[in-house]
Write a protein that binds this ligand. Structure first.
Ligand code: SF4
Length: 187
């Protein structure tokens, strides 16, 4: 009997183990207790994109009570059709890792110490520095021609950005006058 991945998960999540057994035609001699529980049972699935490279493989992230339980390739995604390279397969370790930093760390110029800061502080500081650099390096005219450019800032997009984010990011950079605008996938 042919069954899709989603059909299988639906049966495992909502049906009884007996239902799953009959679905696959497992011999009656196999006891339900001998069948290991599928780890994605009773999880919420969300689709997303792998953040590592410009291929943009699709993923399914399964979470239970706000915690990531499993990450795997999305078989319905037209780019990877469920497959992942070794980096994509290791994504779970990126999400669930006690060594992952999830607070802002800041080291002031000349200081040997890292300080913990809030996200609000970091975003305000970045905005202040972008404005200061842009104001200091903006060139309105060159050789009598309007150029409106900022050579003091460069912007680099990454594969973790989706199409719409790349569009907004490049529009934002152009509005500052940035000419050094690149994407990770082109380098
Ligand atoms: S799974 Fe591998 S090939 Fe696909 S986007 Fe991630 S890093 Fe790139």
């Amino acid at each position: 009997m042919k069954i899709s991945r989603r059909g299988f998960l639906g049966a495992a999540g909502t049906g009884t183990l007996g239902g799953v057994i009959s679905l696959f035609g497992v011999p009656k001699s196999v006891k339900a207790a001998e069948i290991p529980e599928i780890k994605t049972v009773q999880t919420t699935e969300s689709t997303t994109i792998c953040p590592f490279c410009g291929v943009g493989c699709g993923l399914i992230v399964s979470a239970r009570e706000g915690k990531v339980i499993n990450i795997e390739g999305d078989p319905d995604h037209p780019i990877n059709e469920g497959s992942l390279c070794s980096k994509g397969m290791a994504l779970y370790q990126l999400a669930v890792n006690e060594r992952r930093l999830n607070k802002v760390k800041y080291r002031a110029p000349g200081s040997p110490e890292w300080e913990e800061k809030s996200w609000d502080w970091a975003l305000t500081e970045i905005a202040k520095r972008v404005k200061k650099t842009r104001d200091a390096t903006f060139v309105a005219k060159e050789d009598g021609k309007i150029v409106n450019r900022t050579n003091g800032i460069a912007c680099l997009g990454g594969a973790a950005l989706d199409n719409e984010e790349c569009y907004l990011y490049s529009k934002f950079a152009r509005s500052l006058g940035v000419t050094y605008l690149e994407h990770q996938a082109r380098i």
